[in-house]
Design a protein around this ligand. Structure first.
Ligand code: PXL
Length: 289
C-alpha cells in the first residue's frame, strides 16, 4: 500500500478547530499521512483569538528544510502565513524542492477580526505564492482583497476569479460561505477556461470555526492521493458539508466543525447523506445556465 503524504504550512490553533490542527485531523480522516510546518502559534478558543506569536524566519526555514531533506510531500497546503517574509521563505522552498500540487488558502482574518496576515503581505502572496498554486481558495472578503474587485453579484465574482487566475494559479475556488443567500452556499471554480458552480444546502450554525482550513486540507488530501483538482474539490465539498452538518457543540463560542463526520457518515450509510449532496454545474460567463 502506498502511503501518501500531505504537508500543511500554517498556524497553530490551540483550540484545535482551525489551522494546523484542523489540517492534520482532515489528512488523517482522508487517509493521508500528515506533516506540518508551523508559521505562528495562536492562543485561541471558541470565543476568539487571545494572542498571535509568529515563528522566526529561521524556525520556518529549518522546518521546511527538514521536510525537504527527507519527506517529499505528495501535496501541500498553506494557511496562515502572517508576514511577507514567511511567504517568501515558503515560496522559495516550494520552488527549490520542486514540490507540486500546492493549495493556497489565503488566510487573512480570523472570525472575530484578529489579523492573521499583515496587510503588506497580500502583495507578496500575489507575487510569490499564487503563481505556484494549483488551487487557491479565497472566501469572498479574501477574493476582494486579492483582486481589488468588490463582489456584489455573480458577474463581479467571475471578474474577481479571472483576475486572481491571471496571477498565475491553475484553479481559483471562490467560496460562497460569506454570501447573503440563505438557502444555498455556492462556490465558484474557475480553471482559466470555464466556470463551475458547486452548490450545497446552507447550514445555519455558528459552529463553523476552521471551515476554510478544513476545506483546503480536504482538497490537499485528494490531490496527495493523485485525484485531479475537480474530484478533490468534490471530495472537499462533501467533507466540509458533513463536518458543518454535525457540530460537536464544544466551547461557549464559535465551535469547531466535526472532522469525524464525513467518514462516520460513509461507514454508516455507505453513501453521502442528504446533507452532503452537492450540485455542480457549468456556468456560462455572465450568467447561470
Ligand atoms: O480559519 C482561518 C485560520 C487559519 N489559521 C489559524 C486560525 C484561523 C482562524 O482562526 O486560527 C491558525
Amino acid at each position: 500500500m502506498s502511503i501518501y503524504k500531505a504537508l500543511t504550512i500554517a498556524g497553530s490553533d490551540s483550540g484545535g478547530g482551525a489551522g494546523i490542527q484542523a489540517d492534520l485531523k482532515t489528512f488523517q480522516e482522508l487517509g493521508v499521512y500528515g506533516m506540518s510546518v508551523i508559521t505562528a502559534v495562536t492562543a485561541q478558543n471558541t470565543q476568539g483569538v487571545q494572542g498571535v506569536f509568529p515563528m522566526s524566519a529561521q524556525a520556518v526555514e529549518q522546518q521546511l528544510a527538514s521536510i525537504g531533506a527527507d519527506l517529499r510531500p505528495d501535496a501541500l497546503k498553506t494557511g496562515m502565513l502572517f508576514s511577507s517574509e514567511i511567504i517568501q521563505i515558503v515560496a522559495a522552498a516550494i520552488e527549490s524542492y520542486k514540490w507540486e500540487r500546492v493549495v493556497v488558502d489565503p488566510v487573512m482574518i480570523a472570525k472575530g477580526g484578529a489579523s492573521l496576515l499583515q496587510q503588506e503581505a497580500i502583495d507578496a502572496m500575489i507575487e510569490y505564492l499564487l503563481p505556484l498554486a494549483d488551487v487557491v481558495t479565497p472566501n469572498i472578503p479574501e477574493a476582494e482583497a486579492l483582486s481589488g474587485i468588490s463582489i456584489t453579484d455573480s458577474e463581479s465574482r467571475q471578474q474577481a476569479a479571472r483576475k486572481i487566475h491571471a496571477y498565475g494559479c491553475q484553479h481559483v475556488m471562490i467560496k460562497g460561505g460569506h454570501e447573503a443567500d440563505s438557502v444555498y452556499a455556492t462556490d465558484l471554480l474557475y480553471d482559466g477556461k470555464s466556470f463551475t458552480e458547486y452548490s450545497s444546502r446552507r447550514l445555519h450554525t455558528p459552529h463553523t470555526h476552521g471551515t476554510g482550513c478544513t476545506f483546503a486540507a480536504a482538497i490537499t488530501s485528494g490531490l496527495a492521493q493523485g485525484l485531479p483538482a475537480s474530484e478533490s474539490l468534490h471530495l472537499a465539498k462533501n467533507f466540509i458539508q458533513a463536518a458543518i452538518a454535525e457540530p460537536l457543540y464544544i466551547g461557549s463560542g464559535h465551535g469547531p466543525t466535526n472532522h469525524w463526520a464525513y467518514q462516520r457518515g460513509q461507514r454508516l450509510e455507505g453513501a453521502v447523506s442528504s446533507n452532503t449532496i452537492i450540485v455542480s454545474h457549468d456556468v456560462y460567463a455572465g450568467g447561470t445556465r
